[in-house]
Design a protein. Structure first.
Length: 120
């Protein structure tokens, strides 16, 4: 309803969601077991370190077709993980996978637009 945040903060929300998603994908990729790869995302995205890689992932996520492809691939990876939990080196990495799936699904929904009340 725009009561608790100024418009300047409301305008940043989409970018914050994308940043959280690209962080989860980056962490998840680096928690893959040896020899396991994301076949649905180019290996080139992961080169260059954290800030560069996540910036490239964010650019990719801005494209609806690419986002859908990543969602399909990550859903397939999640299903494979259900059958073989050795795909990830660490158990906590499953949280990155689940969060990334949720955020990807949310980005496909009709966005809610909020406008701050006057005076905020």
């Amino acid at each position: 309803m725009g009561r608790y945040m100024p418009q300047s903060e409301l305008d940043k929300v989409d970018g914050i969601e994308i940043k959280a998603l690209d962080d989860h994908l980056w962490y998840l990729h680096h928690d893959l077991a040896d020899g396991v790869a994301f076949s649905f995302m180019e290996e080139e995205l992961w080169r260059g370190g954290f800030p560069d890689s996540t910036a490239h992932i964010a650019e990719l996520l801005a494209e609806p077709a690419a986002r859908e492809e990543i969602l399909d691939g990550l859903s397939g990876f999640s299903a494979a993980y259900e059958q073989d939990n050795e795909l990830l080196r660490f158990r906590f990495a499953e949280g990155h996978m689940r969060s990334a799936l949720t955020l990807l699904e949310d980005l496909g929904r009709e966005p809610l637009v909020f406008t701050a009340q006057d005076g905020l």
